[in-house]
Each structure stands twice: as structure tokens, then as C-alpha cells.
Design a protein around this ligand. Structure first.
Ligand code: SF4
Length: 211
């Protein structure tokens, strides 16, 4: 089965890749084949641009207000395909809100600054921050880039806030992130020109829901 797009509530989600430079201790991919009742999100192969466009064209966009690049991997691993698909949808439907849910490591993944590439194509970039502490970030997210990852995430967030209308950094609420740490994370987000969203802690099997 090849799930390129799936729907949750009033949004269409695009699943472009299963690659990710992180190995988060809380990754939902270790817990099952999908999220929130989605079809299985493990891809047999990464979809070509024409397949992505066709899958998005097949949606009844009168029923949805948002397109979210998310899926079961880091969407900026397919940055060119993501940007092309986002630009195409925006051209067809300028009122459609386009969001990217990312780990914020696009610059390291792609080997160049990338935030400016989202201008005009994406309305919101949601970045999993998880913590304000670089050492804790390393332990939680285990990025293949090592200690370079957390500063790269912050730099990407700052530059993205200059490029798109909305940048949101996310953490999971109590008991995972206590109020003091939430306060520090909010201050960090605001210093970058972003806002903080505290995602609900749900239960032990969905400890860190995919944002
Ligand atoms: S960044 Fe997301 S997809 Fe990648 S390992 Fe972490 S939770 Fe999983």
C-alpha cells in the first residue's frame, strides 16, 4: 500500500518520505504503521513528483482548509518535491493554508540555508523543539548531525520566521515538559520570532504525538 496523502479532520496530510535524520526516543513510527487512524504510512518507495501532484489533485478541496506536509518521516528530506507541490497547490487555490511539520533540520539535511525557499509557498512551519536544553535535545532526538543539530534548528526557526507568516515551535505539555521549562521554551521561541505551542500529553502509548 502506498499512502501519499491521508486526511485528518479538515486537513489533507502529505506523506512524501520515511527518511529522517533523527531517531527520537518518542517517535511514533516505532509504535505502529500510522497515526490517528490513518492508513499505513510506510512507503514502498518515495512517490515521484507527478504521483504527489496527482494524489493532491484527487482531493476534494472544498472539504479541507489545510494541506500539511508531515507523514512518517521528515518532509524536508524531499524539499524540492515539497516546495513544488506546495507552489502548485497555492497557484490553484491561493486561500489554502499550507503547513510544514518538521524537525527543523532542513538546512543540515539539504546542506544549505533553506528557510527563504518557503516564501510564498508555505503559511506555517511547525518545528518540534521538545526542549530548550541542547544536551537533552541530543538525548531525546538523537540526530545524526550530533551537537550541530540544535543550533541549526534554532537558526532555521529564526530565518523561517522572516520567510513565512507563522512559525510555531512545539513541546509536549506536563508531565513531559514542566511549567518552568515551558516558560523557557516560550521565551526561546519568542526570541526567534516564533510562538510556542504546547501539545497535549495524551497517554503512555502516544506520548509525543506527531505535531
Ligand atoms: S523527527 Fe519525527 S519522524 Fe524523525 S525520528 Fe523524530 S519523531 Fe520520528
Amino acid at each position: 500500500m502506498q499512502t501519499i496523502v491521508y486526511q485528518i479532520k479538515d486537513a489533507v496530510y502529505a506523506n512524501l518520505t520515511n527518511r529522517c535524520p533523527c531517531a527520537c526516543t518518542f517517535c511514533l513510527r516505532a509504535k505502529g504503521p500510522g497515526v490517528y487512524g490513518s492508513p499505513p504510512l510506510w512507503l514502498e518507495r518515495e512517490p515521484a513528483q507527478a504521483e504527489i501532484d496527482a494524489a493532491l489533485d484527487a482531493q476534494d478541496w472544498t472539504r479541507y482548509r489545510e494541506l500539511v506536509f508531515c507523514g512518517y518521516g521528515e518532509p524536508t528530506e524531499r524539499l524540492d518535491a515539497l516546495l513544488a507541490a506546495a507552489a502548485r497547490r497555492k497557484a490553484l487555490d491561493p486561500a489554502l493554508r499550507v503547513r510544514v511539520n518538521t524537525n527543523g533540520l532542513s538546512d543540515l539535511v539539504n546542506g544549505r540555508p533553506t528557510a527563504a525557499l518557503f516564501v510564498g509557498k508555505v503559511d506555517c512551519i511547525s518545528i518540534s523543539l521538545n526542549t530548550d536544553d541542547p544536551d537533552e535535545y541530543l538525548a531525546l532526538c538523537r540526530p545524526k548531525f550530533g551537537p550541530a543539530a540544535f543550533p541549526a534548528l534554532l537558526r532555521f526557526a529564526r530565518e523561517a520566521a522572516q520567510a513565512v507568516p507563522e512559525v510555531v515551535l512545539t513541546v509536549v505539555g506536563e508531565p513531559v515538559t514542566d511549567l518552568a521549562k515551558q516558560t523557557r521554551c516560550r521565551a526561546l521561541a519568542e526570541s526567534l520570532g516564533a510562538t510556542l505551542r504546547v501539545r497535549p500529553f495524551e497517554n503512555g502509548t502516544r506520548r509525543f504525538p506527531v505535531p
